[in-house]
Design a binder for this molecule. Sequence first.
Ligand code: PMP
Length: 414
Amino acid sequence: TEQLIARRDRLLGPAYRLMYDEPLHFVRGEGAWLIDAAGRRYLDAYNNVTSLGHCHPTVVAAIAEQAATLATNTRYLQEGILNLAERLLATMPQGLDRMMLTCTGSEANDLAFRIANSATGGSGVIVTETAYHGITDAVAQFSPSLGVAVDLGAHVEIIPAPCALTEGEGGFGIAIEAAIARLRRRGIRPAMLIVDTMFTSDGVWPGPTGFLAPAAAAIRQAGGVFVADEVQPGFARTGEAFWGFQRHGVVPDIVTMGKPMGNGYPVAGLAIGADLVEDFGRNARYFNTFGGNSVSCAAAQAVLQVIEDEGLQENADRMGARLVSGLAALSQRHALLSAPRGAGLMIGVEIRRDGGPDRMAAAAIVNGLRREGVLISSCGKDQNVLKIRPPLIIGSAEVDQFIETLDRVLEGLQ
Ligand code: PMP
């Protein structure tokens, strides 16, 4: 391990970070499990890319077959991209009837921002205080969770995460109106409000459902658009709905997506209404060499098929409820653990001591679990929220094993 770390530092440089005090070296994955170089198995309760389980055979076969037949781009006519667009748009509410494809969630958010700029003539962006939306220069400027190393742009306004909702469901809308007023005082016209609809990086805030509707109304009233970043909550993770925004009964102007879309193969994109995209397309040309390529479309099509065939939205709902009830029971016995919150298999648990957030204890739990063969991470403004996101195929024995292991790790910390 030491040698690999040194070689990695020498070849890749310092911008890449490893997870855990004792970094891991995996050589294989299957279902909810990752296997390291020594053959030890780890329960992956964190990776929300391989949502169908690692190396799902249906997706692997679809990728292999398409790669062996044709891998080409959107400058040629292809049926695969059209079949995918039809199928994905069928999961969207009326009004979202066009798809554009990219390779990463960052590119999808970057494109959403370009479209919002062009449609509104504005540049102002409103985001939550610990949001993450991606790595391009434009998107990093509205990703405050990247920390002090990245300058948020002067066109960016921060609003508190919904945990700070003090005025019920309307509180989030009021915060947005205040942010719009601050932008206007600087002479900046609002272009968009963008939120991860489960507020994952902000610490996982699933409810109260409904509070996004006044938020969307407030940004539209100011001439901007509402972008739902579904990179984390999308593709059935929340169990209650296929997309996170649907839990809030709101229809976004643009929906961005990625991560689990290809179960490990890079494919991402956005859904949008005809008017917005036609306005953009009149002034701009969009060609993304790998975005929407034949192989990525085959992977995404297979993912949608597996979610349906294996009833994975229902499984996320059932296993999420089992996990939450196990965590709730643990929180009765372990003072560090707050009551869990979440929807489906997107769950957050705050670690608090003496009434305040305890980042060190959260890190100790994450590293303790890793030593016991279970993978999770932490998130939130104070990095004290355990972020639990197992694959949608997780079974009840694995959920129980997760709870037993966490129980043991917490015992060890007392
Ligand atoms: N939006 C959200 C909410 C994300 O969590 C991420 C990735 N963590 C992104 C956008 C960026 O996606 P990608 O890493 O594929 O560029």
